[in-house]
Structures are given as structure tokens and as C-alpha cells.
Design a protein around this ligand. Structure first.
Ligand SMILES: [Zn+2]
Length: 412
């Protein structure tokens, strides 16, 4: 056992544990309101119970016992309340045209007779496949869409700040993806918004998943002083980088007041309908012309999860550095919970793919934000390695603990 305590960054648990059912560790942060995220934010992490099982796995067990017919009844009641026949939209579906949003909008429209407006906060850097899938979603799926192109200069600046200050390349995408829906719903007077799955599926506190409604703190705020983008306060961004507030508003959620006057209900369709990534994928292929990438995504083994954004692969590399959790760990854990693979198979996939450097789009991304690639790969990366997770052996960074128990400190 370690005698000297090693510092844990980001408020992560000092002792690293792995779930006995999946391959996820207790270092996995729950998703929080991005617009309050600073380098000093303390992460709330995935809870493990006394048997060493994570909340996401417990949640999957609960899901097995759900009476899905009863849930669908409740969905029908909800939809009946909002459905319109006067030619106007009755619900709004934010999405990229990836498999989940493709499924969502399509079933709402063609199975349940709703009139959705889809809205898209485009990826930071579209992949060819992502763009093609978005187009097919609209053209083959037969849906109206508003795609919102935000100020590209500000997008670039904020993405760079979030990488430099938080090592979080995906923040600008997450911000828009979460905020655009409720914001446009308020603007267009569409009182019902559907997201896909609840964050709790993957490890937010279980209580969050006991309701179909998204907590308002995710998508609204009370005053500007509590907002940070790229880890920098709104005031500082305006002063230091000479950015106007009007150029930042697209990244901010609507205010609480804006929403209350409008009575916007944000629901998770995944609460009402059984959501299995593989089945959702086949549905999207069938109905909206969704295509997987013909090659494996770097850092994992899958071909159809989150393939719209070139920055996505880098995002999972940063979670590997900050939390010791790479993309294969996320993907395998989910597939273990869905009983598509065993834990042993998951362990092997993690060993093989987790933390693989995503060099395919790397140079393009660095060029986009104007950052030196060597600086990113060395100085910046190392700054975000928490001492309780990483150590150097013969000049090479190694994890202290792994799900395969072959980390540097695993057999001490
Ligand atoms: Zn688990």
C-alpha cells in the first residue's frame, strides 16, 4: 500500500476503484452544467455501492425491470397533450443527425404523429460522415431543421480556451448542444423539447434518472456572474479578448426567467422508450440513411458512436489523461451493461485501445485553434495528469491503476 498520499486533481477520489460489473472506474465525473466549469471545480464522480458496483450498472439493472409498456402509455399521454394539427410544430428535437437524434425525431414524427422541428448545433469540425448523416437525417428522414452557425471566430477562441484551461476540447460543442434546444424552443414557442438519453445512464446520480424531466439547472442560469466559458469568466472574455456579449449569447443557456414565462418542458425520450445503442443504430440506418464510418474510431473499437466531430476523438483522449478513462472504457462499459460483451472482453478491449493517441485529425485541429502540436502533446497534456493516476517509468508515463490490474501501483 501507498504510504505517502498522492495528490488527486479535480476533486477526484484518491483511491482508484473499478466497478465489479463493468470496466468503469470511480474517477468518472458526472456531467455537470458546463457553463460553470472552471479549473477549480470539484467533480462529482460516479458513485460505487458497498458491493463495488457503479450507479450506471445499478441503473441498467433497474432498467431491466421497467415496465416499458406502461412507460409508452405515459409517453402517449404526454404527446396527446401537446400534439397539434394546425400546421405548427409541437415539439423540438435537438441533435446532429447521429443515430440517437435520428431515431428520436423519426419515431416522434412517423410512429407517434408529432410535428417535430429539429435543431442542430453543428460539430466544431464536421467529419465527412457526420455531415453526410446530418443531411440524410433531413433529406431521407423527412424533417425540418434549423442548423445554427455560431460566430466562427468566437467558437475558435472558446474552443482554444477550453483546451488550454480545462483540457476539454469538446466544451463548446456540449454547451451549444445543451443550450440551443431550450433557447430556440422559447423563441419559437414550442413548449416540448426531447433529448435522447439521460446523463444518468452513464453514471450521474441515480436519483437524476427517476424522472423524465431534465433538471432546470442544466439549461438555465440566474445571472451572468456565475458563467464561465473555457474556464474564463464572461467579464474577462469580454475585456481580454474584446468579444461582445452578443457574440457569447449563443453559448449560454436561456435565463431562468425566459424559460419560466414560456413553460418549456425538457424531457428525455430514453425515459419512455427502451434505448439500446445497437437497436437505435439499426433503426437509424433503416429510416434516415445513417452510415457508420468504415473505419474504427481511434481510442476505441466502435464505428458508429459519436462520429460527427473531428474533435470528439481528442475529447476522449483528454478524459484518458485527466481521469484515466479512455473511449474504449466508456464504450465497453456500456456494452457490458447491455449484455453485448462480457467484462473479460471489455477488459481486453480497454487494454488494446484505451488511450490510443488520435492522430488522424490531430494536426487539422491544432491548425484550427492555432496551437503547436508538440506543446499540446507534451507540456499541456502533462499539466493535466493527476499525480494519483499517473507516474513516469523509464521516461514513459504509465497509469498507476488499470482495470486489468497491470498498473504501476496495482501490485504494490
Ligand atoms: Zn459498473
Amino acid at each position: 500500500m501507498q504510504s505517502k498520499k498522492l495528490e488527486a486533481y479535480y476533486g477526484l477520489p484518491e483511491e482508484v476503484k473499478f466497478c465489479k460489473k463493468c470496466v468503469m472506474s470511480n474517477q468518472r465525473p458526472a456531467s455537470t452544467a458546463e457553463f460553470k466549469h472552471t479549473i477549480n471545480s470539484k467533480k462529482v464522480t460516479l458513485n460505487f455501492d458497498e458491493e463495488g458496483i457503479c450507479d450506471a450498472c445499478r441503473n441498467a439493472e433497474i432498467k431491466e425491470k421497467i415496465d416499458w409498456e406502461e412507460r409508452e402509455e405515459r409517453l402517449l399521454e404526454l404527446l396527446d397533450k401537446y400534439r397539434r394539427n394546425d400546421g405548427y410544430y409541437d415539439c423540438l428535437v435537438p441533435g446532429s443527425g447521429g443515430k440517437d437524434s435520428a431515431f428520436q425525431a423519426h419515431v416522434l414524427k412517423y410512429k407517434y404523429g408529432m410535428n417535430p422541428l429539429t435543431v442542430t448545433w453543428p460539430p466544431i469540425m464536421y467529419t465527412d460522415y457526420g455531415y453526410e448523416n446530418w443531411k440524410n437525417w433531413i433529406d431521407i428522414g423527412g424533417l425540418d431543421n434549423i442548423s445554427f452557425r455560431r460566430n466562427g471566430k468566437v467558437m475558435k477562441l472558446l474552443t482554444k480556451l477550453s483546451i488550454e484551461n480545462l483540457f476539454h476540447p469538446f466544451q463548446t460543442f456540449i454547451l451549444g448542444q445543451k443550450n440551443l434546444g431550450p433557447r430556440l424552443a422559447a423563441k419559437f414557442d414550442i413548449p416540448l423539447v426531447f433529448y435522447g438519453e439521460n446523463e444518468a445512464e452513464y453514471g450521474n446520480p441515480i436519483a437524476d434518472n427517476m424522472t423524465s424531466l431534465r433538471d432546470k439547472s442544466y439549461f438555465s442560469f440566474k445571472n451572468l456572474d456565475e458563467i464561465y466559458l473555457g474556464g474564463v469568466s464572461i467579464k474577462e472574455i469580454q475585456e481580454t479578448y474584446e468579444v461582445r456579449l452578443s457574440d457569447l449569447m449563443a453559448f449560454l443557456p436561456p435565463t431562468e426567467n425566459e424559460l419560466e414565462d414560456k413553460n418549456i418542458d425538457v424531457h428525455y425520450l430514453g425515459y419512455y422508450l427502451k434505448w439500446t445503442p445497437q437497436e437505435v443504430y439499426y433503426y437509424a440506418v433503416e429510416n434516415t440513411g445513417f452510415k457508420a464510418r468504415p473505419f474504427r474510431t481511434q481510442g476505441t473499437y466502435s464505428k458508429y458512436n459519436s462520429i460527427d466531430d473531428k474533435i470528439d476523438d481528442l475529447h476522449y483522449y483528454t478524459t484518458f489523461i485527466k481521469f484515466g478513462i479512455g473511449r474504449a472504457t466508456y464504450d465497453a462499459s456500456q456494452e457490458i451493461r447491455n449484455k453485448h460483451i462480457t467484462r473479460e472482453e471489455g477488459q481486453a478491449l480497454v487494454k488494446r485501445f484505451d488511450g490510443e493517441f488520435p492522430d488522424k485529425y490531430f494536426n487539422e485541429i491544432m491548425e484550427y485553434i492555432g496551437m503547436d502540436g508538440d506543446y499540446f502533446r507534451n507540456e499541456l497534456t502533462d499539466k493535466f495528469r493527476s499525480p494519483h493516476l499517473w507516474t513516469i517509468v523509464n521516461g514513459v508515463w504509465k497509469l498507476r491503476h488499470t482495470v486489468n490490474s497491470d498498473g504501476v501501483d496495482d501490485n504494490k
